[in-house]
Design a protein around this ligand. Sequence first.
Ligand code: PRP
Length: 204
Amino acid sequence: MIVMALPKGRILDESLSFLAGCRMQVPRDIGATRKLQVSSDDGSYRFVLVKPMDLPTYVEYGVADAGICGTDVLREFLPDVHQPLDLQFGRCRMVVAGLSRISARPSARVATRYPRIAEQFFRERGEAVEVIPLSGSVELAPALGLAERIVDLVETGNTLRENGLVIVEEIMQCTARLIINRASFHTKQGEISRLLDSMEKQLL
Ligand code: PRP
């Protein structure tokens, strides 16, 4: 049996459709119940639903053999895991945003759920900023005066628009990736290579 960690939240539905396309027997109601562990109908997979930012920890520590994780989270936490496949869904951008394009001027505070990425981005540009870590609703920070700019994900742009923010700069493009625990890659070689085959076929 392979234990696969799935991210609760925005990429769960796309993850479930992708797995169904790979002919995995994912229980239909997995996204609708409050259960956090569900087995596939044929018993070959156990799916665990976790917070996206915690997902690499489950896979790195081997309590899950595999997982689906955004490149945003992988760049932030730098887990020691295999990253064999870009699954090409969950496309979004990580950007710097502010109340207006004038926010492009150097300013002191940047609020974000991605402190490592933000610190690296501004350090490489030689810009001294104070990064303020938050765990959500980051778009509130400029309006409330907590920070002049934010670093966050943008998909449709609706959240930025509805909070009066504009994109100042793009940091990176993000997609979902398959990640695999390093030990499982060897100890469950057969199952993992069947998983990779079915995903690669689905990506063709
Ligand atoms: C992300 C991100 C933005 C929003 C952007 O939050 O942090 O708030 O989506 O999407 P949009 O451009 O389509 O409006 P997400 O919903 O993933 O999680 P959160 O609610 O925990 O911040």
